[in-house]
Design a protein around this ligand. Sequence first.
Ligand SMILES: Nc1nc2c(ncn2[C@@H]2O[C@H](COP(=O)(O)OP(=O)(O)OP(=O)(O)O)[C@@H](O)[C@H]2O)c(=O)[nH]1
Ligand SMILES: [Mg+2]
Length: 319
Amino acid sequence: MATPRSSEKRRAAVPPRAGRCVIAGRPNVGKSTLLNALLGQKLSIVASKPGTTRSVLLGVLDTNVEGCRTQIAFLDTPGLEAPRSVLGRVLVEEAQGALEQGDLLLLLVDATSVVRKQGLPTEDERILALAKTLGKPIVLGLNKVDKVKDKRQMLPALEKVAASHAWAAIVPLSALRGVGLEGLVAEIRTLLPEGLLYEEDVLTDRPERFFVAERVREAVLAHTREEVPHGVAVQVDEWVDEGSLLRIGVTIIVARDSHKGILIGARGSMLKQIGQDARLAIEELLEKKVFLRTFVKVMAGWTEDAEKVRRLTREGDLP
Ligand SMILES: Nc1nc2c(ncn2[C@@H]2O[C@H](COP(=O)(O)OP(=O)(O)OP(=O)(O)O)[C@@H](O)[C@H]2O)c(=O)[nH]1
Ligand SMILES: [Mg+2]
């Protein structure tokens, strides 16, 4: 039997592993929830509506798997689906571009739809077909297992799915409840090359203002329905650090005149609520007192204008 000392030595001799894992899948399957759960902190915004994530977001997990250093650069991506607008097309292009950057792919699917279909739904099969062309290992993550009522139906569904591709691994998960995450990370480690990609403490590569714009958009998404959320974009146009207080001004862009009224609400009540929620989220993010000014602007039809779409989906990145 190995003494504690010799097992420590053995671990120290195991080289670190690092690589990029692209989280891809249909909209709303829980990709961003999973990124946040894996990192143990909120990086990506989440909403109950499809089409929430609009640009590829890096989140670096630097951890130990059974004592062995492991760096996984996760890339959260917009959902892949047949686009219904120019905005939709740009999001799909963004996600497809990310697929090529991964050492491996984590195809995330909704476990309830797999159980219902007793196999991979057609939309997920399409993504799998696209992923296969890259010739990289694919891990299948079955998310939202907490929502599967009859667990006995899981096994036959898993057997069907297992036969559909030479998966590197199949991992049932609940990103929301934090179930299956350790096993997922351990599976991913086995697929990574040796080495390290980042210095310690690197979490992401986006500036604070991107995350601020996203928190405002998340608050808008939480309070709006139907087509309003799809046409919302947020620009940060004021950022004044006054020491103990950060003064931030944002413009919330909507795609139609009628959406402006909805967003502002009766005597400004909706916008006030959105502003309050967003401010609290930003204060938590930046650990600082924030004064948030919100302004709503109509940019009619921007979701059908490719140049505006490209600018507004990456707006928070601009200096
Ligand atoms: N019950 C349950 N709900 C989940 C789970 N993971 C995510 N969700 C919910 O699913 C919804 C969508 O989550 P997101 O993380 O925004 O999904 P996404 O795949 O990033 O969506 P897009 O960015 O639109 O592609 C949210 O309401 C989440 O709370 C899970 O494991 N169980
Ligand atoms: Mg997302």
